[in-house]
Design a protein around this ligand. Structure first.
Ligand code: PLP
Length: 389
């Protein structure tokens, strides 16, 4: 719920724009820090969730590391001032150019997703006279019970090294003189709200940790990825995820050998709730069977609903600020893009809405602005920060 004075401050702004609540972001990062530190856990922020400059600056200032999935994300993290010694680089398809760049910056580790990639990194490191630190990304075949498009740790997913390839992987590692194995890495999916999924992950990690140990590999880092979900339905009820409950699962169920570190790669949980997409109603089309609100933001600004049927809470900010519209009408809230999938929500209950009303699409701080596109030759996405409004 936005305060009326906030809505007044939005009114002169050109829409659509992302609104970032910096105070909420800082409280969220602090809560994650306060929960992770006593357990000795290391948190890397997944830049793929949002690489907006100001957000990155807040994350860096809090002392987190960075989890990158492209050479450009590695570059961006370094330019923002992240310590290269706290940068990890994941991704199923790292190009030679990206690997060479990351090697030149001496990042903490590559999360390696195939045996062939191990050989390529070894050859590129040899050519540069370097030794690359790597963590093997292992596909643990754990069901994340989330949307199929954001499940990553099942046998049918493209990510990671399958468990039946591990013997070959360690034989390769013994041959690769320019690679140092520092960790094992897992990431089973995103928007995981059932903490039992993470318990199942711990069981798999424990098994594999022992497996490597029995074969003489001293694993320094257990990287369990990210995936903690947020409340898209009630963003104000729990605007800060329960990081303590999340980390406690790993503290309780993950067996660490002496000196072993536990690393996390959180994205969504850190930045989702601080962001809203603010848009204006262009047209109201009332039909016999349907009422449409056509707003000036579309799938080009927030792709999640079109991409994986994601739910976002939609609010009429003007009506909230007016406070005198008590009726409820059900609207299909759609964007202006020439695609039928350009729809933010069907049968959304809202007060009677008029052309010009401001609409907020909540919980849009993660996987929102970063996925914006220029399709239909749309304007470049705008954003405003709460403390500069
Ligand atoms: N790490 C890896 C390898 C990922 O692919 C992702 C996203 O899917 C993340 C971390 C961040 O996940 P989340 O935003 O769900 O915390």
């Amino acid at each position: 719920m936005f305060e009326p004075d906030r809505v007044n401050a939005f009114t002169p702004q050109e829409t659509p724009f992302y609104y970032y609540d910096i105070a909420l972001l800082e409280r969220t990062l602090d809560a994650a820090r306060q929960a992770a530190d006593p357990m000795g856990f290391h948190v890397h922020y997944a830049l793929k969730a949002n690489f907006n400059d100001r957000l990155l600056e807040c994350v860096r200032a809090m002392g987190f590391g960075a989890d990158c999935v492209s050479g450009n994300e590695v570059r961006k993290a370094i330019e923002t001032g992240f310590d290269p010694g706290k940068i990890v680089f994941a991704g199923v398809g790292k190009s030679d150019k990206e690997i060479t760049f990351a090697l030149s910056k001496d990042i903490f580790a590559f999360n390696v997703e195939s045996i062939q990639e191990l050989e390529v990194i070894d050859a590129l490191a040899a050519a540069d006279g370097k030794k690359a630190r790597v963590a093997l990304r292992i596909n643990p075949n754990v069901d994340a019970h989330t949307h199929q498009y954001i499940t990553t740790g099942l046998d049918e997913n493209k990510f990671g090294i399958a468990h039946w390839e591990l013997t070959e992987a360690i034989e390769t590692l013994r041959r690769c003189l320019h690679i140092e194995l520092v960790g094992i890495h897992f990431h089973v999916g995103s928007q995981i709200t059932d903490l039992n999924v993470f318990k199942s992950l711990c069981v798999k990690v424990n098994e594999l940790n022992n497996w490597f140990d029995e074969r003489g590999f001293r694993i320094k880092v257990l990287n369990v990825g990210g995936g903690l979900g947020v409340d898209y339905h009630e963003p104000d009820a729990q605007s800060i995820p329960d990081f303590k409950a999340y980390f406690s699962v790993f503290d309780e169920f993950l067996e660490r050998k002496p000196g072993q570190e536990v690393h996390f790669e959180l994205g969504r949980a850190l930045v989702s709730q601080c962001g809203s997409l603010v848009s204006r109603v262009l047209y109201v089309k009332n039909g016999i069977k349907k009422n449409f609100l056509i707003i000036d933001a579309g799938m080009t600004e927030l792709m999640r609903p079109a991409l994986y049927q994601a739910y976002h809470r939609i609010e009429n900010l003007t009506a909230q600020a007016d406070g005198d519209r008590d009726d409820v009408v059900h609207y299909d809230v759609v964007g202006p893009i020439c695609e039928s999938s350009d729809c933010f929500g069907k049968e959304v209950p809202l007060p009677t809405t008029f052309r010009g009303d401001l609409i907020a699409i909540r919980t849009a701080g993660a996987y929102g602005e970063v996925m914006a596109s220029r399709y239909n030759l749309r304007q470049e996405i705008r954003y405003v920060y709460s403390d500069l409004l």
